[in-house]
Design a protein around this ligand. Structure first.
Ligand SMILES: [Zn+2]
Ligand SMILES: [Zn+2]
Ligand SMILES: [Zn+2]
Length: 310
């Protein structure tokens, strides 16, 4: 090599390196992504209509303020965007706690706790413009063909986007969402859970499901592939539902789920956050024996305001 070409080669090397690093940087745009728990109750919330039992009477102001129907927020500070999972009857107060402007709502199914909050987007209340609402085909048809929901569509308060079973979509950079069908009382719509993939962590969200054994998906296999799981904890045990036949309320009881997962590693148990608790569920009370039992077994109970980086 000719010695006199040395400085020129160095300049070329620096120029190429700069261009390359710039290219790499633009290709690897990274958006920090967070999940926040906006509610943990079953559809009817708490205090529950007509309930005169100890679960709902004499609640302190703080306890009442912490009892919102199950919903999750996913947000990205760089792009200042939020997504909402479920439009609950508590959407008014949940909307206030959103970290950034809402860019879409994902709905699991047509039971009151999961979609009735959409009514607040209509002309009598928010009068929103073109809020994307992501739904499965039967849920879409239900909203389009039944008043008052159909008015939200015709007035373009909401814009419906199709989802498909196990078909992933990427609403934001570094965020991937996959609906998975789950067995549930499907009077008006199908029911899905969601797999939410952030840049580093993956979340399973299944607020409502019949027994785990009826699911085509194996819960334990799925738990090995994800990092956090917010799953159906409607009822703690059978004692809690003795006023109605269990067949009418098919959910995996919390003690059944714990028993089903008794042989998995502590690491997997620790991924689970029980959510969607009925007003009668003792897990709502942090000081209950049931809550201590669940935590001692290595599981977690979802609480309003909890935040996780994905
Ligand atoms: Zn529900
Ligand atoms: Zn109650
Ligand atoms: Zn339901």
């Amino acid at each position: 090599m000719n010695k006199s070409s040395g400085p020129f080669l160095n300049y070329w090397f620096i120029l190429v390196a700069l261009l390359y690093s710039d290219l790499l940087f633009s290709q690897k745009e990274y958006h920090n992504t967070y999940l926040k728990v906006l509610g943990t109750l079953q559809d009817g919330g708490s205090p529950h209509i007509g309930c005169k039992k100890s679960c709902c009477i004499n609640l302190s102001l703080e306890e009442k303020a912490n009892r919102k129907v199950t919903a999750l927020e996913i947000f990205q500070p760089q792009s200042e965007k939020s997504l909402l999972f479920e439009a609950t009857p508590d959407i008014v107060s949940q909307w206030e706690t959103l970290s950034y402007p809402l860019h879409g709502i994902f709905i699991t199914h047509a039971h009151m706790g999961h979609y009735s909050g959409l009514l607040h987007l209509g002309r009598e209340a928010l009068g929103s413009k073109n809020i994307p609402v992501f739904v499965m085909p039967k849920m879409r048809s239900f909203l389009e063909n039944n008043a008052p929901w159909s008015q939200l569509v015709t007035l373009k308060n909401i814009i419906l986007y199709n989802l498909g079973h196990k078909t992933s979509i990427e609403p934001f950079t570094n965020l991937n969402i996959t609906p998975i069908r789950v067995p549930h009382r499907d009077e008006f719509s199908e029911t899905v859970g969601y797999i939410i993939r952030g840049p580093n962590k993956t979340v399973l969200f299944v607020p409502d499901i019949d027994k785990w054994s009826l699911w085509e998906q194996n819960l334990i296999t799925l738990l090995k592939e994800i990092d956090l799981a917010f799953i159906d904890a409607t009822f703690f045990n059978s004692e809690e539902v003795n006023y109605r036949p269990l067949s009418e309320i098919p959910h995996p009881l919390v003690i059944e789920t714990i028993d089903y997962l008794k042989n998995v590693s502590a690491d997997i148990k620790n991924k689970i956050y029980f959510i969607h608790m009925n007003h009668t569920n003792p897990l709502l009370n942090r000081k209950s024996k049931a809550c201590k039992f669940v935590l001692d077994e290595g599981f977690n109970v979802a609480r309003l305001g909890q935040q996780f980086e994905l």
